[in-house]
Design a binder for this molecule. Sequence first.
Ligand SMILES: *Cc1c(COP(=O)(O)O)cnc(C)c1O
Length: 413
Amino acid sequence: MARINENYRKLQAGYLFPEIGRRVAAFQQANPDAAIIKLGIGDVTLPLAPAVVEAMRSAAQEMGTAEGFRGYGPERGGYDFLVEAVREHDFAARGVEIAADELFFSDGSKQDSGNFQEIFDAGCRIAVTDPVYPVYVDTNVMAGRSGEIGADGYYDGILYLPATEENGFTPDPPSSPVDLIYLCSPNNPTGSVTSRQNLESWVAYAREHGAVIVFDAAYDAFISDPALPRSIFEIEGARECAVEMRSFSKRAGFTGVRCAYTVVPQEVCGRSADGTRVPLNELWARRQATKFNSVPYPTQRAAEAVFSPDGRKQTGEQVAHYQENAQVLRAGLKGAGFRVFGGVHAPYIWMRTPEGMNSWECFDRLLCDAHVVGTPGAGFGPAGEGYIRISAFNSRENVAEAVARIRSAFAAG
Ligand SMILES: *Cc1c(COP(=O)(O)O)cnc(C)c1O
């Protein structure tokens, strides 16, 4: 019989969102009249912007004509029109020069952030912040870069950097060397955003130790202070030690459409066993050419439309809507005496659980007494214990109602 990849058996059985789903379904079944407000899973709720829909529609029609038909896409995934739009609007506008052959398009940053580890040796040492977007850890566990998970919730062999109130949820580099570092800013789940200074210290660390930073900027559109870095490539020296992932999912509601890209500068290298420096761009190009066949043409036209004047206006309003929701949550919960973090440059509120509850107790209490679904912080890593993540992806009405219900549920209890 075929042997399985034993590393998969190291993964934690009760994955966070299925467990949340089970508890919500059980509660709904027992309380069919309860109007549950879901502020759990980080998925957008607003419909696609009209400019995006129009671009998809017209691209689909084009594909139905002899002249407009397109088959497999370009090697690095992106058609010129999208590559150029990204270079101009996401980078040149912030003073960052990115070459066309440094952009790799894909069907999502979840995939990119999960797949990128494939081009590194199985012995590479990984560092993540804790709590963390689970994809970074689980994909490295699957690839054999960890031992078993301990009773403390940490995998053996992975370095966890606690993101705490004390460090503003943006940990500094460790004192020991690692090979691969995952950073996410604005952060899921804590809603924090990294400062220029913090990012500079990470770039300095990576250059000193020959490490590579995988920078996940899926929420960059939520940064409302123009002085904060949106791209790691705004930091000097980052081209030698970092790759960056961006997605259209949260900025333009593409979670169901699927389009993202990864920047791999020509300078960033790993080394082979004999010490030769090998550009990661070359390896990633080879990996994508072997395992991926680009993003659908109508999807790329839709992504291009995000940068058009109408598209920028419409998607900007969507992001602003979620930002205002976050503000409603933040102010409402803070005003009721809860300790809340994040929610300024990110669509997530990171709330300290009241009354010394643990994350899952707080989750159950919110569900049963307020009929509101959050996400237990402990599901993102041990340092998330004692917190709950509340998402701003919902209607204004629901968000305001959720605040009122949470306030009265806890006031009563
Ligand atoms: C939502 C999210 C993404 C985006 O994933 P897609 O696959 O592009 O939809 C990436 N990273 C983090 C941390 C996220 O929360």
